[in-house]
Design a protein around this ligand. Sequence first.
Ligand code: NAD
Ligand code: UDP
Length: 314
Amino acid sequence: MNRILITGGAGFLGSHLCDALLERGADVVCVDNFFSGYKDNIRHLFSHSYFELIRHDIIHPLFLEVDKIYNLACPASPLYYQNNAIKTVKTSVMGTINMLGMAKRIKARILLASTSEVYGNPAVHPQKESYWGNVNPVGVRSCYDEGKRVAETLMMDYHRQNNVDTRIVRIFNTYGPRMAINDGRVVSNFIVQALRGEPVTVYGDGTQTRSFCYVSDLIDAFILTMDKEGFTQPVNLGNPAESTILELAEKIITLTKSSSKIIRKPLPSDDPVRRCPDISLAKEKLGWQPKIGLEEGLLKTIAYFREKLDIKKR
Ligand code: NAD
Ligand code: UDP
């Protein structure tokens, strides 16, 4: 039996990973402290014989016997991770040490959900894995960025020093159903605002770019990375189709047929100007590239929020 632990399993990405692994016949243990995740994301799994839920905070040690660990626990939205910045650092550092300690003890393979934020405000475009990044170590985003950078360091040191079988995925902005309504990230914010007919809040002049990946594409890549033998180097996972935040706002208003107007709000500090993954390594090593385009992915996500908000189709 393939016994798999998913930390952060009640979150946006974690809950989709629980689904995908159960569909593949795995025995899944989901660990979550419900800081930014919700039982609603996994409620449909409660009666599944191979699904277990443990309420636990990974900054405390955990003793389980599994074959693989997907370490996803960490709030991903700036709103949530800045809400308790010190806790965010603890989750990335102490949480990753605890999961690596467990992986070492039970000889489990472990994957870290790292982030494009390790590149900070990148001076190189698009970003390749070999780029060391441009991160402000003392800014409001550093609890997340530097936390993940230390988590990557820990992964590599446990690999070099203790032979732990590690995987590191650097995730670029991913969206889809089960993002929380109040999550604060751009796709969920814009869709919820457009569906409610409220102003769509573009921060700054909206010329900053992001590259948006649909959740099912990312989950496929997670599993391919975990199952690839000897693949310890960090790998970028994301959709290289880059768009400005203003273009995203306009697209979402069109797709929702909303009457919402765009308004400007101040740009948060250290907001990266451009972000786009170079995914040649994932293509070469995993034979992976995203299949779902932005419009198709947004339509699926809009349908989800429409139902969640109970808003009738216009
Ligand atoms: P999310 O906030 O929806 O999920 C994170 C989950 O981790 C939540 O269920 C939360 O309750 C749980 N959690 C947080 N701290 C914990 C702790 N100390 N102990 C136990 N559980 C804890 O975010 P997400 O989008 O699903 O992101 C999942 C992972 O992927 C995170 O590590 C995030 O940094 C990474 N990531 C996501 C994106 C993205 O675009 N979605 C981009 C880059 C990296
Ligand atoms: N953003 C925005 N309006 C919002 C939320 C976010 O204009 O209501 C911008 C934000 O300033 C950033 C981009 O959208 O430039 C992506 O923000 P998000 O928080 O989703 O992710 P991250 O900045 O971590 O990539």
